[in-house]
Design a protein around this ligand. Structure first.
Ligand code: UGB
Length: 605
């Protein structure tokens, strides 16, 4: 307790003055009761600097109203977690790591299609939650990441792409507005996300089906006693609380319960820049339904030591949970328990602990129950950087954080937690790193996760779908653009309206042959191809409005298509928009065949 009588006299005078409202004075009292008198230590006498005082209290009142249990609960939680951290409490003490239960969908075979079909029949029971509160510091993009184009041929942005998938899901249910979309924003992303939605008419979604949940920042903590950090007499230091806030907000806003009332059974969580996610999401939802999973993590095979969270089953005899263990914690855990050699590869070269990519499927009934039991606070953790081994002071203020993949930490036991493994390029290729870091990551043998690789993989998924449908697709060799790998063709975009599953592609495209630099863009519900040969750098774009049926039969395409231009070779490189600069290239239409069908009818090409 701060017991500085002079300081307390000043604060008490503030409480008696009429400059602040009753609510603000109550907040001061709450803070005093939590040993936070230092916040007021440099305040001017009552009646002075009132606006600054009110601004500080407004920041803290947001925490008081948004954090379950208010600011007192936040400070108490911080003290408990900091004490455990100081004592070096091992969160996995007593647990034996085991291989988690997995469903292997790395092969896109008939079994895979069965899983997809299960989800296709349950479209009206699915809701999608997109976490988009991140600042994207690693990417360094000036706007919100949701506004970046997934690819530069159609310039469809991430938010538009996700919305288009939802619209396509609704085509299956026959009920517009029936697939809820929840978007978590933050102070950093809220305004721009709202602008993107409103300026684009919610990308065709109904406003009522979109729920925006805004996460708030939390106070940074200066020391092990839980004192709130200050950076000025009237400014507390605030920091992000992490993507796990989605769970808290789903609870406190009543959204989880509402989804259940509306008949939804599964909630799919996605990140802001993973254009591949809906290649795999439906099969993952199918796996959740078929195996009755309460929680299902989409995962990729990881090489031992790879810097990706490892999905691990932990068993202490009483409790058995499958959770994400950070890769730097996994190796010591294995060495001290079941494997003196640490994380070793299996016969295929992979760790038996698959990598988490933060695409998650939760059974809504279980989810809502866990939220209710936990008050919505999901496995907070603290990660202070201590000045020295005494663990008594920090290099800089810390804060409590949460991660959305940690939800199973709150499972009591008996919940059915699964892991569904997919081919990496098929399910995950995020746009997280700037070009310098992406190049370095590639040189170190890791995935660059940049705008260019995300775009390259987006086309790759299109090619994979065509190949699975038995078509001939000649792939161009990979090249380096700004030191980052990119495959220039063929570029294939099959929009969600055209196909949501591999089955859809198989049904609609036969006897297609594509050369290694050609481009095919299909955007319409009812386009059928039987016999199409594309040579050289030819490009064909087909767009249809509702009720326009298009059949392509035995057609040959030869035109100059889209040319890839390196920005380094282009005069306009300096003035190029940022979404091109983060790639290092652009495409120029030199003569693509573009067919648009804007009125209902049957068309043969
Ligand atoms: N996000 C928020 O909405 N709010 C926040 O406060 C923070 C983030 P990052 P991170 O893809 O390989 C995750 O920053 O957290 C959103 C997993 O934890 O891109 O470093 C943000 O907008 C990790 O296990 O990623 O790492 C974005 O949509 C691994 O799966 C999302 O949260 C890793 O992603 C992720 O934020 C990965």
């Amino acid at each position: 307790m701060i017991n500085n009588e002079k300081l307390l006299i000043t604060v008490r005078a503030e409480l008696k003055s009429s400059a602040l409202s009753a609510y603000e004075k109550n907040l001061i009292q709450i803070l005093l009761d939590s040993d936070q008198a230092h916040i007021f230590s440099n305040w001017a006498p009552p009646g002075e600097a009132t606006d600054e005082k009110k601004a500080l209290l407004a920041d803290l009142s947001t925490v008081e109203s948004s954090y379950p249990g208010g600011i007192t609960a936040y400070i108490n939680n911080a003290r408990t977690l900091l004490a455990a951290s100081k004592d070096g409490v091992n969160p996995f003490s007593g647990y034996q790591p085991e291989q988690p239960d997995t469903v292997d969908l790395t092969s896109l075979d008939d079994t895979y299609s069965e899983y997809e079909d299960v989800a296709m029949k349950n479209m009206d029971k699915i809701a999608v939650a997109l976490v988009a509160g991140g600042l994207g510091e690693r990417l360094g993009y000036p706007g919100i990441k949701l506004n970046i184009p997934v690819e530069t041929l159609t310039e469809t942005t991430y938010i538009q792409h996700y919305s288009t998938v939802i619209l396509a899901m609704e085509l299956r249910t026959g009920k517009p507005g029936s697939v809820p979309m929840i978007i978590m924003t933050s102070r950093d992303s809220h305004e721009k996300t709202m602008t993107a939605l409103t300026e684009n008419n919610f990308f065709g979604l109904q406003e009522s089906q979109v729920t925006i949940l805004k996460q708030e920042l939390v106070p940074a903590i200066a020391d092990n006693d839980g004192h709130i950090a200050m950076h000025g007499p009237y400014s507390v230091t605030l920091k992000p609380h992490g993507h796990g806030d989605i769970h808290m907000l789903m609870h406190t806003s009543g959204t989880a319960e509402r989804l259940i009332t509306d008949g939804k059974q599964h909630l799919l969580f996605i990140q802001d820049t993973n254009g591949q996610v809906f290649n795999a999401a439906f099969a993952a939802i199918g796996a959740s339904i078929k195996h009755n999973l309460d929680f299902n993590s989409v995962a990729v095979n990881r090489i031992p030591g790879e810097a990706v969270g490892a999905l691990t089953k932990l068993n202490n005899g009483d409790k058995c949970i499958t959770i994400n263990v950070e890769y730097n914690q996994l190796d010591p855990l294995l060495r001290s328990t079941v494997s003196p050699e640490g994380d070793v590869p299996n016969e295929k070269g992979f760790s038996i602990f698959p990598g988490n990519i933060n695409v998650l499927v939760a059974n809504l009934n279980t989810y809502a129950k866990v939220l209710k039991d936990s008050g919505g606070i999901i496995a907070e953790f603290v990660n202070p950087k201590y000045k020295d081994d005494t663990r008594t002071s920090f290099k800089k203020p810390t804060r409590l954080e949460t991660m959305m993949q940690d939800l199973p930490k709150l499972f009591k036991s008996g919940e059915n937690v699964g892991v569904t493994i997919f081919d990496r390029c098929w399910c995950f290729s995020a746009n997280k790193n700037n070009i310098i870091d992406a190049k370095a990551k590639h040189e170190q043998g890791g995935p660059p996760e940049s705008a260019a690789t995300a775009e390259s993989d987006f086309y790759l998924a299109g090619r994979m779908k065509l190949q699975l449908a038995g078509n001939t697709v000649n792939e161009h060799s990979e090249e380096l653009i700004l030191g980052i790998p990119f495959t220039r063709g063929p570029k294939v975009i099959l929009t969600p309206r055209f196909a949501l599953s591999i089955g859809d592609v198989k049904q609609k495209i036969r006897n297609l042959e594509m050369s290694d630099e050609s481009t095919l863009i299909l955007d319409g519900e009812d386009i059928n191809i039987d016999g199409l040969k594309m040579s050289g750098s030819s490009a064909l774009v087909i767009r249809t409005e509702k009720d326009a049926k298009v059949s392509i039969k035995d057609k040959e395409i030869s035109n100059t298509g889209f040319e890839l231009i390196l920005l380094t070779d282009d005069d306009s490189s300096e003035t190029a928009p940022e979404y091109l600069k983060i790639r290092g290239f652009k495409f120029k239409n030199r003569g693509a065949e573009i067919l648009e069908f804007n009125t209902p009818g049957n068309y043969e090409v």
